[in-house]
Design a protein around this ligand. Structure first.
Ligand SMILES: *Cc1c(COP(=O)(O)O)cnc(C)c1O
Length: 365
């Protein structure tokens, strides 16, 4: 069934926060703590396709206890940011890529694909309704979280015949308010986040559920993040729980693990392939073994390591720890090439550098 034309209704929140309440939140939003006054919703059924697009007051969803997502985790999500530019416009970074990835994730989870114009329209409609919630200044943004889940009340293992799509928005402060600091990483040798043929390349909540125990183990070893290897050989570096990895070589070239089918195709990762080339670096996608990481940092072939994703953009990696040892890239501080790549990307996102690749979509209105 083809979907209806995208034409959302808008119900303004009668209990919206006052200007003073909103400004108090925007003064120090943190990450993922506060939500705007509205949310976007749409429904899908086999008979009607996508329908009932609406902006409504932000609030709880009422779910039948038998709702399929609560039992079988048929759920996918996206994450992107809207930025307030100095010229008064609001821009989102590569939202078309998020639309395409949500479709790929939907395919893998046997969920219906959301048309691109519905995805972009949902982002436009919510950001326009909550324009006042886009923070200004510093590295702040409005984080957008589109997600889709099996909303049929039915205890049987088959794709849900009712699906709900929702977008919520959360003002985000600078990820590194005190300056960019390297993260420490624990190498998980007992657990994988994804296996061959599994859902590693789909952005689904289930992958995160699988990463929480190893993430706890990382914390017990004093590390902030966990690195996962491939599940077959326990040898090839995949990624962190929610960020992709890059390795800077002593000759200035940059290497990132090639997409293996179980690595999430990060849009920041993909953008850095281009940005680093623009900066004059050779960029290579290939397999990188854990031995190469350990030995390369020890003998100086690898000079910098960094992680990337929408939330933190680019994060230097300081130490890698495992049961019985550790490896430090360079002097353990943020490396020069890491910071150059970071600045190039952040300047583009905030409109301080020319948008050569047409990545910044203007929100209408
Ligand atoms: C979302 C995500 C990333 C980063 O993707 P971006 O599009 O750059 O934000 C990396 N790994 C995992 C597992 C993710 O879910």
């Amino acid at each position: 069934m083809t979907s209806a034309p995208f034409a959302p209704t808008v119900e303004t929140n009668p209990a919206a926060r006052t200007d003073a309440e909103r400004e108090a939140i925007l003064a120090s939003p943190g990450f993922g703590n506060h939500f705007t006054d509205h949310m976007f919703l749409a429904e899908w059924t086999p008979e009607q396709g996508w329908h009932d697009a609406r902006v409504v007051p932000y609030g709880p969803l009422q779910l039948d206890p038998a709702t399929a997502v609560l039992h079988y985790a048929q759920e996918i999500f996206e994450g992107l940011k809207a930025y307030a530019w100095a010229d008064g416009s609001v821009r989102v970074f590569r939202a078309e890529e998020n639309a395409a990835r949500l479709q790929r994730s939907a395919h893998r989870l046997a969920l219906p694909e959301l048309p691109q114009d519905w995805f972009l329209g949902s982002v436009d409609a919510l950001v326009a309704a909550d324009r006042a919630w886009v923070p200004e200044g510093g590295e702040t943004s409005l984080y957008l979280r589109p997600f889709m889940f099996a909303s049929e009340a039915f205890l049987g293992v088959r794709p849900s015949q009712h699906v709900t799509y929702c977008v919520i928005a959360s003002p985000a402060g600078a990820y590194f308010p005190g300056g960019v600091k390297p993260v420490s990483i624990w190498l998980s040798t007992q657990y994988s986040r994804a296996g061959a043929g599994g859902t590693g390349a789909a952005k689904c909540g289930g992958n995160y559920a699988a990463s929480l125990l190893p993430q706890q183990e990382a914390a017990q070893h004093g590390c902030q993040q966990v690195a996962f290897l491939d599940s077959t050989e326990q040898r090839w570096i995949e990624e962190l729980g929610g960020m992709n990895l890059y390795f800077v070589q002593s000759d200035g070239s940059i290497v990132t693990p090639e997409l293996s089918g179980s690595i999430l195709e990060g849009i920041t990762r993909e953008s850095i392939l281009t940005i680093a080339r623009d900066l004059g670096h050779d960029v290579v996608e290939r397999r990188v073994s854990i031995d190469e990481w350990r030995e390369g940092t020890a003998d100086g072939t690898i000079t910098e390591v960094f992680a990337c994703g929408t939330a933190a953009v680019v994060t230097p990696v300081g130490v890698l720890k495992w049961d019985g040892g550790e490896a430090v890239a360079g002097d353990g501080e943020a490396g020069k090439i890491t910071m150059d790549v970071r600045s190039a990307l952040v300047d583009l996102q905030y409109g301080r550098a020319e948008d050569r690749h047409g990545w910044m979509r203007r929100i209408p209105g």
